[in-house]
Each structure stands twice: as C-alpha cells, then as structure tokens.
Design a protein around this ligand. Structure first.
Ligand SMILES: [Zn+2]
Ligand SMILES: [Zn+2]
Length: 340
C-alpha cells in the first residue's frame, strides 16, 4: 500500500499553516505573540517590584490549570480536524470571490461606463485597495459573528467556540466546520465586492499589498495581538484606542459568562465596527474577573459527541420546531363567519 500521497498531504498542510509567514497561524507570528507576552509579563512583574526569573515567567505564561485542562485538549482535537480532515483553516471555500469581484466590476462598468486609467502613483492605488479589502474583511467578520450570536440555528454551531473554559491560542482552531463554511462565504462576498469596486476604480492589474497571499494589514495585526486574544493575559486598550482596536482583553470579555458581556466585541482586529453598530464593550485598564464558557454543566463538553455532533442535532431540532410552529399556525381553524 502506498502511503506517500497521505504523507505529502500531511506535510503540505503543516507547511501551509505553520511555515507560510503570512498564514493566520504561522510559527513566526506565534513566536512574535510569545515574545510580546513575555515582555508584557516581565514589565508587569517589574512594576509590582517582583523579580523577573525565567521560571516565574513560564509559570505565568503556561499555568498548569490551562495546559492540562480538558478544554485545551478539545482545542487540540479541533486543530487536528480543521487542519488535516476538513482542509486548511481560513483557506477553504473562497469559491465565489473571483466571480463576484469580476461581476461587480462589470456591473459598475455597465452602469457608469469604463473609468480612465488612474493618474495616481501605483503605491497610492495599492494602499487604498489594501485598506478597502482589510475593512471589508473586518466588516464581513463582524456580520458573520453578529449573525452567529443572534440567530439560534447559527449559534448552535458557534457555541462550540464559546464552550472553551480556558483560552489559549489553540482556541482559535475550536470552530465548527459549519460555522467555518458560512464565515468563508460571507467573507468572499464582502471582499469580492470590495475588490470589484477597487478593480473598477484602479484597473484589474492593481493588487493589494500582501504577505503569503494574505492582506498585509491583517498579517500585521496577526503578528501584533490576534493570537493574544485567546490567552488570559489582560492586555487592554482603553479610551480612543479601545474604540478602534480589539485588544486581547476585548476578546476575553467576548468569551465571558457574565450576561453583561454577552454579544459584545464581535470584531476581529478592529473595534471600529462594534463601536459603529453598538456592540462595543471597552474593557477596563485593570483586569476584570471573568469566567469563560457556556452552560457550565453542559453534558459532553469538550468531547466529539458534545462539540462536533450535538450542534447538528440541536440545530435540526430548532428547524423542526420552527416548521411545526409554522404548520400549526397555517392549519388553525378559521373562525366561522357571523351570520346575519
Ligand atoms: Zn462569538
Ligand atoms: Zn474567541
């Protein structure tokens, strides 16, 4: 039996995910996040007048409570699933992006006529397209996340991410494939439209600045703080900074079990869309006491049955109830007309 295709697929996936420097989970960006975390903990200890010893830093960064938890183990299970069984995370199902982009550019040309070649220097056009695509990504992310929290059917699949009771960068992988499919298609629509508008204005040969095919601004934030959003390090942006950027503390608030924090901070790198749409909760400068997870006594939390299969059953039940409710409304006896 020849195992070589399987083996080369396995290493190919590892390579794409962890070694491409612009990937969402590249080892380089994880290392950068680790160094920022070390610096943060060291400064915090220094300010409190404590000694900065490597052992103390490691204990603060990797508490045993988190490393050995069942929640982290389930995160690892999802990493394996999303990377090797379902396909590479964040790189899947962008089927309609190109078609949509061309469609929008053609539509604009039909409506307003062709544009003259841009007189702007190339770096200006490319910068504008890079910013447009980044903002479109963030808006698509926000909308998908908003719908996932507000529509009960979608929440069943997104709940998996929120059932993590401890947060580590691995929690990023804890997403149900159905959530992922919807997310990637919404993203394709938003970024496809933005790219179509960009193509119409600047011409189809003007491309965004990228790093390993990822938007450069997005990659910048991945290196800076996106990994730290799934940690328990209280790095918070307050004031105007907290209205624009989604600090790690912002996202920890999003995972909180406190009803005051439900459905808040739905953005990815930016807090801007949350601020605009009224879902922003700016964290305090000092750590807030938080508990993570949903339904503490949920059966089979952190198992394949509870985290992968149960959402299908729960979502199907919701649909069944909805259909039954509809049909009972339709078949209500029509009240008899009064005679006379
Ligand atoms: Zn959420
Ligand atoms: Zn999260």
């Amino acid at each position: 039996m020849d195992f070589s295709p399987g083996i080369s697929y396995f290493f190919g996936q590892l390579d794409k995910a962890f070694l491409a420097p612009g990937s969402h989970v590249s080892l380089f960006s994880l290392l950068c996040a680790f160094l920022i975390a070390v610096l943060f903990v060291a400064v915090r200890r220094y300010r409190k007048g404590r000694r900065i010893r490597p052992r103390a830093l490691l204990r603060a960064l990797f508490p045993r409570r988190i490393i050995g938890s069942r929640s982290s183990l389930a995160d690892l299970g999802y990493l394996y699933f999303n990377l090797f069984l379902f396909g590479i995370i964040f790189g899947w199902a962008l089927l309609s992006y190109e078609a949509l982009s061309h469609g929008v550019a053609d539509l604009l040309t039909a409506a307003f006529g062709p544009t003259q070649p841009s007189a702007l220097p190339l770096f200006v056009s490319r910068t504008v397209i890079t910013v447009m695509l980044f903002l479109a990504y963030e808006l698509g992310y926000w909308l998908n996340h908003y719908l996932s929290h507000r529509i009960p059917f979608l929440w069943e699949f997104h709940k998996v991410h929120h059932s993590a009771t401890v947060l580590t960068p691995l929690t990023n992988f804890r997403v149900h494939p159905i959530y992922m499919c919807i997310f990637l298609n919404i993203l394709a629509v938003f970024t496809g439209i933005a790219n179509g508008v960009g193509d119409y204005i600047f011409g189809q040969t003007t491309h965004q600045y990228g790093f390993s095919e990822n938007n450069l601004i997005l990659v910048f934030f991945i290196y800076l703080y996106v990994h730290l959003q799934h940690t328990e390090l209280w790095i918070s942006f307050t004031g105007w900074l907290g209205h624009l950027f989604m600090s790690p503390a912002h996202h920890q608030i999003h995972h909180s079990r406190d009803p005051a924090h439900f459905n808040k901070n739905l953005g990815s790198c930016l807090a801007l869309w949350d601020w605009m749409f009224g879902t922003l909760y700016v964290p305090a400068a000092e750590p807030e006491k938080l508990e993570f997870g949903v339904e503490p006594d949920r059966p089979h939390a952190h198992t394949i049955r509870g985290e992968f299969l149960a959402p299908f059953a729960a979502a199907a039940l919701l649909i069944k109830q909805l259909v039954e409710k509809r049909s009972s409304t339709v078949s209500l006896p029509v009240p008899e007309q009064k005679r006379g």
